[in-house]
Design a protein around this ligand. Structure first.
Ligand SMILES: [Zn+2]
Length: 153
């Protein structure tokens, strides 16, 4: 089964702030479309998801067309720079919320502040800090991340 490794869902204009939420992990490409509605349903308070981005590549992908090193597979930041270009976002005033250090590292590369959530892989990641990745905050879940972002900016 072909997988998409990492998906960046972009949630924009949270009271004027841009939030890049990194999540999902490995899913079949065929299932990506079916994830849009549940993601949209999680958005609240009038915020919206402007776009979804994902990387279908892997250096050892079974399907040759996707077997490559690319700039969009985290910790590379290609998905974020593409979103910034498409949606006119200022990454240096944006936030990346994710449960993996490579999510935050991708954000760090483009000057965004990173928030690690303890859901998903987050607790495990928190127990194994990376010296080259500095989170701006570590919080319990996405709701707490939103609260932190509202206080921090
Ligand atoms: Zn890629």
């Amino acid at each position: 089964m072909l997988g998409a490794f990492g998906m960046a869902a972009l949630r924009r204009r949270l009271h004027g702030r841009s939030v890049l939420a990194a999540g999902i992990g490995l899913v079949a490409l065929a299932n990506l479309e079916s994830l849009r509605a549940p993601f949209q349903a999680m958005v609240f308070d009038g915020a919206r998801i402007d776009a979804f981005y994902y990387c279908p590549h892997h250096p050892e992908a079974v399907v040759e067309a996707y077997r490559q090193s690319c700039d969009c597979r985290k910790p590379q930041s290609g998905l974020f720079t593409r979103a910034a270009s498409d949606l006119d976002l200022a990454l240096e005033t944006s936030f990346v919320v994710g449960d993996r250090w490579h999510d935050l590292e991708a954000g760090q590369r483009v000057g965004a502040r990173g928030v690690l959530v303890r859901t998903g892989y987050g607790k495990t990641e928190e127990a194994s800090p990376k010296s080259h990745v500095t989170p701006s905050a570590i919080v319990g879940n996405v709701i707490e991340a939103v609260s932190w972002i509202l206080r921090a900016s």
